[in-house]
Write a protein that binds this ligand. Structure first.
Ligand SMILES: Cc1cc2nc3c(=O)[nH]c(=O)nc-3n(C[C@H](O)[C@H](O)[C@H](O)COP(=O)(O)OP(=O)(O)OC[C@H]3O[C@@H](n4cnc5c(N)ncnc54)[C@H](O)[C@@H]3O)c2cc1C
Length: 467
């Protein structure tokens, strides 16, 4: 199995090499409604870096080794360094390569999962979970300001908006549940709030807003590279093992002896022998971006308020304006990962389904062409909650924000860093802390995801027949 290969003079991991090949061929989909779409195995938000931090060769010692350079790992490493720790960060691709540069850019104070379901599963814990998610949004917003990260952040809030009377009733109840648990939300009616005509109203989350996640991830990367943290990219960790004096982290070209280790490998954790078993299920999530749309056309479609929209389907749909005048939409249909996680593009059938959904929700924009599609791996946990804890002695993890990590991953990484720096366990870390690294079996099988998609489409069809 080759992990490091050479493309020209630049050594790249297999994933990155495959991605480069895919990008060079500019694969075009032929699925219905998606002709002319350029598929990317990276992100549509930003170009990948042209220069990398050095690969690790030889042996290092440090206080804390962080494995994984997404939002969680970068934020944890930065905080630890700020607090005086000697930190090494090891990243198999480049920092930001994972979900962190690819996501839809909703900085949200929501938890994953339907609030009624969460209320049933976690009635007693719900207020502390809601507080954690709300604080996460505010923390990340503050981080953007503190580090002066240019990521096109717009503090618009976000809305979970219903597309049928049944969904509207549910969102009204959800707003009450969330408010009762302390969330900063309010129920709003669609037309007076400025939502497109197909969206009847829903739960307005006041915290957070929209940003360019690629710029956010690579902005954090720049801050990290300029900090005291020793960063090694294209350095895939193979083993994390106990040692008499701490932990030994092995990579193909060397190793790091650390007192303690932070695993911030998110969806990729499933394939890592040193991560807790069954902790996450990787789910492939796809996004599509349209050609530019004139603002008058958005206004004519009823979308007069600049805000990110998410639907309360079993598998959500999301629609948002971007800073470059396009519309981005996604999710709706999810894929599992039977084999190893590698570079990949969205499936043509999924893109075609997303485009169909866009045209159903925005009939007046039926001529607006989709231009680009990409996706990434989301880490789903059996509990639907993010998880942090101690995997084995001196090996900690902060993982699995279930598709809500834009706000939560930097916060969770920072809270874990504070804990490792000697602070008492913060209440928000305690809200998601696992006493033991034991996890229930995976709920997210391909048949279950396909069934959820079918249930959503049947509900849509019943609603459109009645309308
Ligand atoms: C398409 C999509 C849309 C999304 N939309 C939203 C959204 O709108 N709002 C929101 O809040 N969240 C969203 N998310 C989720 C969000 O992107 C993630 O929760 C967040 O980026 C997770 O950050 P992370 O640092 O935990 O993981 P990642 O960014 O995935 O980082 C993990 C890193 O670990 C590295 N790694 C893995 N294995 C190893 C190893 N063995 N050695 C060294 N390094 C390793 C990987 O290369 C990767 O860079 C979305 C995700 C996707 C994919």
């Amino acid at each position: 199995m080759c992990k490091f290969v050479s493309l020209g003079t630049v050594p790249l991991s297999c994933d990155l090499q495959r991605e480069a090949v895919i990008n060079m061929t500019n694969v075009t989909a032929s699925g219905v409604g998606s002709v002319g779409v350029t598929y990317s195995a990276f992100s549509g938000w930003a170009d990948r870096p042209t220069e990398f931090a050095p690969m690790l060769e030889g042996e290092l010692t440090c206080d804390i080794a962080v494995v994984g350079g997404g939002y969680a790992g970068m934020a944890a490493a930065l905080r630890l360094a700020e607090r005086g720790a000697d930190v090494v960060l090891l990243e198999s691709g480049f920092c930001g390569w994972g979900g962190s540069s690819r996501n839809a850019g909703y900085l949200s104070n929501a938890l994953a999962g339907d609030p009624q379901l969460l209320n049933t599963l976690y009635a007693r814990r719900l207020p502390s979970l809601v507080r954690y998610a709300d604080k996460a949004a505010r923390f990340t917003e503050e981080l953007i300001g503190r580090l002066a990260l240019d990521c096109d952040y717009e503090p618009t809030g976000n809305v979970i908006a219903a597309v049928s009377p049944g969904q509207l009733r549910r969102t009204r109840r959800n707003a009450e549940i969330l408010k009762g648990a302390g969330a900063d939300v309010e129920f709003v009616e669609g037309d007076s709030f400025g939502l497109p005509k197909a969206f009847l109203g829903g739960v307005f989350e006041r915290a957070g807003g929209l940003l360019n996640p690629g710029k956010f991830a690579f902005g954090l990367r720049e801050v990290l590279l300029a900090s005291g943290v020793r960063v090694h990219e294209r350095t895939a960790v193979r083993a994390v093992e106990p040692d008499t004096s701490g932990v030994v982290v092995s990579v193909p070209g060397g190793r790091v002896r650390a007192d303690r280790v932070v695993l911030a490998t998110n969806a990729y954790s499933r394939d890592l022998p040193f991560a807790p078993r069954r902790m996450v299920t990787p789910i492939w999530t796809s996004l599509v971006e349209t050609e530019p749309v004139a603002p008058e056309r958005l206004a004519a479609a009823g979308w007069t308020r600049r805000i990110g929209i998410v639907t309360p389907h079993t598998i959500l749909e999301n629609y948002r304006p971007t800073p470059h005048g396009t519309i981005m939409f996604g999710t709706r249909r999810l894929r599992t990962a039977p084999g190893a996680l590698g570079a990949r593009e969205p499936d043509a059938a999924v893109v075609a389904d997303l485009v169909r959904g866009f045209h159903e929700r925005f009939p007046s924009l039926g001529d607006v062409a989709p231009q680009r599609a990409w996706g990434g791996w989301v880490a789903m946990t059996p509990s639907l909650l993010p998880v942090a804890g101690e995997a084995t002695k001196n090996v900690f993890y902060a993982i699995g924000c279930n598709g809500h990590g834009l706000a939560q991953s930097p916060y969770l990484g920072t809270l874990l860093a504070d804990r490792l720096a000697g602070e008492r366990m913060h209440d928000d870390l305690a809200a998601v802390w696992r006493a033991r690294p034991r996890f229930a079996p995976n709920l997210f099988s391909a048949p279950a995801l396909n069934a959820a998609w079918a249930v959503d489409r049947i509900a849509d069809r019943l609603h459109s027949r009645r309308a």
